[in-house]
Design a protein around this ligand. Structure first.
Ligand SMILES: [Zn+2]
Length: 317
C-alpha cells in the first residue's frame, strides 16, 4: 500500500475509488457520478429537490454495492407518504445502475436542502440485495435523520453494526459520495486490535467530519474526488485498491416487457389495446430509462399465445 499518490493523475468523472488505510482497520469508497447521472435523468425532468435526493441515493447505492463482495445487484429504496413518495436506485456489482422516482404536485420543487422527514414523510428505507446466484435479502428500517446520509448511517448501525461514516452531495449534473467503514473484525480478534481499530475510525471520522456542514458539502460536491481525498487524508497512509468506471445501464428489453404483458392476461391486454395513449397499441414506457415499447394487436396475440414465455421472475429484469 502506497503512502503517496498523485491526485491529479487519477480519473475523476464517473469513477469509483476503493481505498484502505495502512493499518488495515478502516476501508473507504468514494464515487464521482457525472455523465451517467445526466443520462439517467434525461427522460425524467426531475425537479431540483428530487434530483438532489435521488442523486445522493445513486452515490450511496454505488458505494454500498462496492463494500459488498458479491455478484448481483443492490436496490436502495426510500418510500414515504410526503411530497416525494419514492426514490429507487438499482446498482449492480459491475457498477452500472438505473433509477426512478415518484413525487406529487405539492413538492416545493426549487427549495433545496429540505429535510428528508419533510420530503418523504414517515417513511421506510428498504435495502435489497439480490445475488445473481443465491438468496435474496431485504432489510427494512424506518427513515431516520434529516439527510439521506444520516438515514443510511442509521441503517448501518442497526443492520450491519459496522461503524460507518457517509457523506453525500448531488444536483442534477453531478453526484458524489464518500464512505469510510471500520473493517469487521475476525472472530476472536484480540481486544487491543479492536481498540486500535475504534481509535483509528474515530480519528478518520473527525477528519471526514469537516464535510458535515453546508460549506463542507459544497466542498464535497465541487472538488474532484482524488483531490478531496488528498485534502482530507494526506497525513494518513491511504492506498487505493481499486478504481473502476461507473455507467448508467437500464437493461430493459422488448422480450422482458413481453413477459410482463403475458402475465397480465387477455382481458387486461385487450382493455389496454382499447384505451392506449398510442392508438391500437399496448404502449409501455420503461420507468427507468424512458424507452417506449409499442405492441399492436398482432403482437399482443402472439404474446398471449406464446407458451414459451415463463412467468416473469421478479428478481430479474
Ligand atoms: Zn429501460
Amino acid at each position: 500500500m502506497s503512502e503517496t499518490y498523485s491526485a491529479t493523475d487519477l480519473p475523476d468523472t464517473d469513477q469509483l475509488y476503493r481505498f484502505a488505510f495502512g493499518s488495515g482497520h478502516v476501508r473507504g469508497v468514494a464515487v464521482s457520478v457525472d455523465n451517467s447521472w445526466q443520462t439517467a435523468g434525461e427522460h425524467h425532468d426531475y425537479p431540483p429537490a428530487v434530483a438532489q435526493l435521488l442523486g445522493q441515493c445513486v452515490a450511496a447505492a454505488l458505494v454500498m454495492v462496492a463494500t459488498l463482495k458479491f455478484d448481483g445487484r443492490l436496490i436502495l429504496q426510500f418510500r414515504g407518504e410526503g411530497p416525494i413518495s419514492l426514490l429507487v436506485v438499482q446498482a449492480r456489482s459491475d457498477l452500472t445502475y438505473r433509477v426512478t422516482a415518484q413525487w406529487g404536485d405539492e413538492l416545493q420543487v426549487n427549495e433545496l436542502d429540505q429535510s428528508i422527514q419533510a420530503l418523504l414523510g414517515h417513511g421506510v428505507l428498504a435495502l435489497t440485495i439480490e445475488p445473481t446466484e443465491g438468496v435474496r435479502y431485504q432489510s427494512l428500517v424506518p427513515i431516520e435523520g434529516d439527510r439521506i446520509a444520516e438515514a443510511l448511517e442509521g441503517y448501518f448501525r442497526q443492520s450491519e453494526q459496522l461503524p460507518t461514516r457517509l457523506e453525500l452531495a448531488a444536483d442534477d449534473q453531478h453526484s458524489v459520495g464518500l464512505l469510510i467503514q471500520q473493517i469487521p473484525g475476525e472472530g476472536g480478534t484480540p481486544m487491543v486490535h479492536q481498540a486500535a481499530a475504534s481509535d483509528e475510525f474515530a480519528h478518520l471520522s473527525i477528519l471526514m467530519g469537516t464535510l458535515d456542514t453546508q460549506a463542507g458539502r459544497l466542498e464535497l460536491h465541487t472538488t474532484p474526488v482524488p483531490v478531496l481525498l488528498h485534502r482530507l487524508f494526506h497525513q494518513e497512509d491511504l492506498g487505493f485498491s481499486d478504481i473502476r468506471p461507473i455507467d448508467f445501464y437500464c437493461g430493459c428489453s422488448r422480450g422482458g416487457v413481453s413477459q410482463m404483458l403475458h402475465s397480465l392476461g387477455r382481458t387486461e391486454l385487450e382493455a389496454a389495446l382499447r384505451d392506449s395513449e398510442v392508438p391500437a397499441h399496448v404502449s409501455v414506457r420503461c420507468e427507468f430509462c424512458g424507452h417506449r415499447y409499442n405492441f399492436d394487436a398482432v403482437d399482443v396475440e402472439q404474446i398471449l399465445l406464446d407458451t414459451s414465455v415463463k412467468a416473469p421472475d421478479s428478481t430479474r429484469h
